[in-house]
Design a protein around this ligand. Structure first.
Ligand code: FMN
Length: 363
């Protein structure tokens, strides 16, 4: 039978709008909103405008919203006063309202738990300005200069505990999962990378030791959130400051990392592919998500540039090749809350294209 191009395109795209079923997390579609810092919270507290921003997007075919990065309870966790926090009564009440607003639709929601580490500027509009930036060795991931405080074991324990407390809050407030931000050059990644981790104790040196901080976070989260609460771990081969330096030098090294992360309780990997078409290693077209899925057999979220640099068809092909389970979309959703519905209904021509204008306002 001869099929028309339109028929094929519609049929293929339906994979993205099919339900995702996992023993811990069922989603109505496979479309995920990527975490994007908006810096529009007031003194760390989400505003009613933010609630409406998430709700508008939830109404348009998203399976899961991963919120903007929310800071855990540590005086140096934020890079900007506009970052929303995930601690303190007022902020948590506001997050509960956002969670409920999203749950009035079929969409699910997970906060992205974050500590920026050495990405915290030395001055400017930051909460707790007397608290210096902290990191495994106090080294700035962008300039590679030592300018912050090296974390003591005690501070490490306290930050690990704060991640766990935030996960416990997420569960109690009714969120469907948590995402630990292990990418974006934030604190967990600063521990994983030898360029920013010069420690000589049990948290530095070998790959296994550099992973220790992240594994402790995951174990602590699992302990308080329970075995059934879904934990998503976001990470990247290439992050800001490391655009051409891969996190894992080889598939074998990636496998060693992934084995430890799976053992510590990661359910789903959110792979920040810095361009969905960017290969993770030379000699293969597979992106990071594809490698992670092949090596772990756990669900993966791919994404990067979808709806901006790349059309959706490339991602559909990755679904068909069993290289991903979910696809995340960031900037395209900033400019047009209805992006998902317009893609589903083949109304692409009506999509408001992304421009940087979308950064400063909650459209
Ligand atoms: C305004 C903006 C803020 C972002 N903030 C974060 C962040 O705080 N944490 C994070 O992990 N990624 C952040 N990202 C990166 C996105 O999650 C995503 O990786 C990037 O936008 C590429 O995906 P896209 O092409 O679908 O937009 C941000 C992106 C944008 C545009």
């Amino acid at each position: 039978m001869k099929t028309t191009g339109t028929y094929l395109a519609l049929r293929d795209i339906s994979v993205i709008f099919s339900p995702f079923e996992h023993r811990k997390l069922n989603l109505p579609t496979r479309l995920v909103m990527r975490p994007m810092a908006r810096l529009l919270a007031q003194n760390g507290i989400p505003t009613p405008e933010m609630l409406r921003y998430y709700r508008r997007r939830a109404e348009h075919q998203l399976g899961l919203i991963v919120t903007e990065p929310v800071t855990i309870d540590d005086s140096a966790a934020a890079a900007d006063s506009g970052m929303a926090q995930f601690c303190g009564g007022a902020a948590l009440r506001a997050w509960k309202g956002i969670c409920r607003a999203v749950h009035a639709t079929p969409c699910k929601i997970a906060p992205q738990l974050c500590h920026v580490g050495m990405l915290r500027p030395a001055s400017g509009d930051i909460p707790n300005p007397a608290s210096p930036a902290i990191g495994p060795s106090g080294i700035d991931p962008v300039t590679r200069e030592k300018r912050g405080e090296t974390m003591s074991r005690e501070r490490i324990r306290s930050v690990v505990q704060s991640f766990a407390t935030a996960a416990a809050h997420a569960r109690l407030l009714g969120f469907d999962a948590v995402e630990i931000n292990g990418g974006s050059a934030c604190l967990p990644e600063q521990f994983m990378r030898p360029e920013t981790n010069h420690r000589t104790d049990e948290y530095g040196g070998s790959l296994e030791s550099r992973l220790r901080f992240v594994l402790e976070i995951l174990h602590a989260v699992r302990k308080v959130a329970g075995r059934r609460f879904p934990v998503i771990f976001r990470f990247a081969q290439y992050s800001p400051g490391w655009e051409s330096v891969p996190l894992a030098a080889s598939p074998a090294e990636l496998e060693r990392m992934l084995n430890a992360l799976c053992e510590a309780g990661v359910d789903i990997f959110a792979c920040d592919d810095a361009g969905v078409e960017r290969p993770a290693f030379h000699g293969s077209a597979m992106n990071l998500a594809g490698w992670v899925r092949m090596l772990t057999h756990r669900p993966v979220i791919t994404g990067g540039g979808v709806g901006v640099e790349y059309g959706i068809q490339g991602t559909v092909r990755r679904f068909m090749a069993h290289e991903c389970d979910l696809v995340s979309v960031g900037r395209a959703l900033l400019a047009d809350a209805e992006w998902g519905s317009k893609i589903l209904l083949a109304r692409e021509k009506e999509i408001t294209p992304y421009t940087e204008r979308a950064w400063s306002r909650l459209f």
